[in-house]
Design a protein around this ligand. Structure first.
Ligand code: UFG
Length: 320
């Protein structure tokens, strides 16, 4: 099997490449290196630098591949509300370019990085795939729009697809084979880590008056190595004629912001300076996934996502 991994030099993409290589897959990475990093490239995978907005560059890499994993997206929620045009062009136009080139070149299998952001404010938890999709930020809107195109490309162009709706991606490869630390991280755990190592003087916990056990927000943190295994299983499933669908990827267990901070202090031995501040707009108090469908359809089960492993693998990277 020869798989094109678009965005394969990024944080999640590089973990996916490692997983595919371990299963004997021939991998070509296509990445514009805007957030991808050279240290994340594996010598066993071919690498082509290119942009998904460049249709001829996509055509040049598409011939002869059996499937595409597409992770090349802009993903900062706040930025998507300030610069929706960037997200429209990159996440929607760029993905449509990929689908059109796949159709032209007869490539049938597509695994798409989607997000829990497609759901918007949870109306019930755990959130399953039948939960209404009403994104509250433009980033989530771009992911949902692509999910709405996929059945059409399935019916009209014969493209088989799986959209993987990631919950909160965290952690690093336990073997240290992924070497690049995510640049300009915007998410909780990297911010906690930067505070623990002293890159930041302190951090804010956004709200301690939520209706949760300790008053801070609860999320479903899923280790990137568990996300990576789902991509391999999805490709394998599609290659055996599996049916196209969207699948949640989470653990079903919630971890609070407070627990994340305290576990980092415990496992790193470093103090994390924090203040409680106002709630951040648009934050639900509790967001956890029901991932039973991914388990039933793909046989997928998270095995790397316990809190200690998440913190240990991330701390190991920040110590370097
Ligand atoms: N938080 C803090 N302080 C910080 C940063 C985050 O307290 O400095 C809190 C947030 O308020 C939230 C939790 O930590 O309660 C997690 O925040 P993140 O920004 O790491 O993640 P989100 O849950 O907001 O968003 C994530 C992904 C998005 C995705 C969304 C869908 O980053 O891409 O889940 O649920 F869209």
């Amino acid at each position: 099997m020869h798989i094109l991994v678009i965005g394969g030099a990024g944080y999640i993409g590089s973990h996916v490449v490692k997983e595919l290589l371990q299963h004997g897959v021939q991998v070509t990475v296509f990445d514009d290196m805007s957030t991808g990093q050279n240290e994340n490239l594996f010598p066993q995978a071919a690498f082509i630098k290119g942009d998904i907005l460049d249709v001829s560059a996509l055509e040049a890499v598409m011939n002869g591949v059996d499937g595409v994993v597409h992770l090349a997206a802009k993903k900062a929620v706040g930025e998507s509300m300030e610069h929706p045009e960037k997200y429209a062009v990159n996440n929607i136009t760029g993905t449509l370019n990929i689908l059109n080139v796949m159709a032209k070149c007869g490539v049938k299998n597509f695994v798409f990085s989607s997000s829990a952001a497609v759901y918007g404010m949870p109306q019930y938890v755990p959130v399953d795939e039948k939960h209404p999709t009403e994104p509250i930020n433009f980033y989530g809107f771009t992911k949902l729009e692509i999910e709405r195109f996929l059945p059409w490309y399935g019916n009209l162009k014969g493209i088989n697809w799986i959209a993987l709706r990631y919950f909160n991606a965290v952690g690093y490869d336990a073997d240290g084979d992924v070497k690049g630390l995510e640049k300009n991280p915007q998410n909780l755990l990297p911010i906690v880590m930067e505070t623990a190592v002293g890159i930041r003087q302190g951090m804010k916990i956004f709200g301690n008056d939520y209706d949760t056990e300790d008053g801070t927000c609860v999320r479903d943190y899923i280790h990137v190595s568990d996300l990576a295994s789902a991509h391999w299983l999805a490709l394998d499933y599609l290659s055996k004629g599996g049916s196209s669908q969207s699948l949640n990827l989470g653990t079903g267990k919630g971890i609070s912001v407070w627990e994340m901070v305290k576990a980092t202090e415990r496992l790193s031995g470093q103090k994390v300076n924090y203040d409680f501040s106002e709630r951040r707009a648009g934050d639900p108090s509790l967001l956890v996934a029901a991932s039973d469908t991914a388990n039933a359809v793909l046989g997928w089960k998270p095995v790397h996502s316990d809190l200690d492993n998440i913190i240990r693998t991330t701390w190991a990277m920040y110590q370097k």
